[in-house]
Design a protein around this ligand. Structure first.
Ligand SMILES: [Zn+2]
Length: 76
């Protein structure tokens, strides 16, 4: 897979995903991502992004502050 922005190769890396919502901030650590070393663009696969969205949607209804969770330790 290559970077859409600059065409360089992407490398696998674990990133921290931050969702800034109206009522809260959700931080997900250790998210598997593809990162362009050249322009620092970050990509997530569909599977990973789906899991992020599910987690964010679930959490935004129960918290109203800051939540920090680990991608690998959350319930599926
Ligand atoms: Zn790039």
């Amino acid at each position: 897979m290559r970077c859409i922005e600059c065409g360089h190769d992407l490398i696998k890396k674990e990133k921290t995903y931050v969702a800034n919502l109206d009522n809260c901030v959700i931080v997900i650590k250790n998210v598997p991502a593809l990162v362009c070393e050249h322009c620092k663009e970050v990509y997530y696969t569909d599977d990973v992004f789906e899991k992020i969205e599910t987690t964010v949607n679930k959490l935004k209804n129960i918290i109203n502050d800051v939540a920090i969770i680990d991608y690998n330790k959350q319930a599926a």
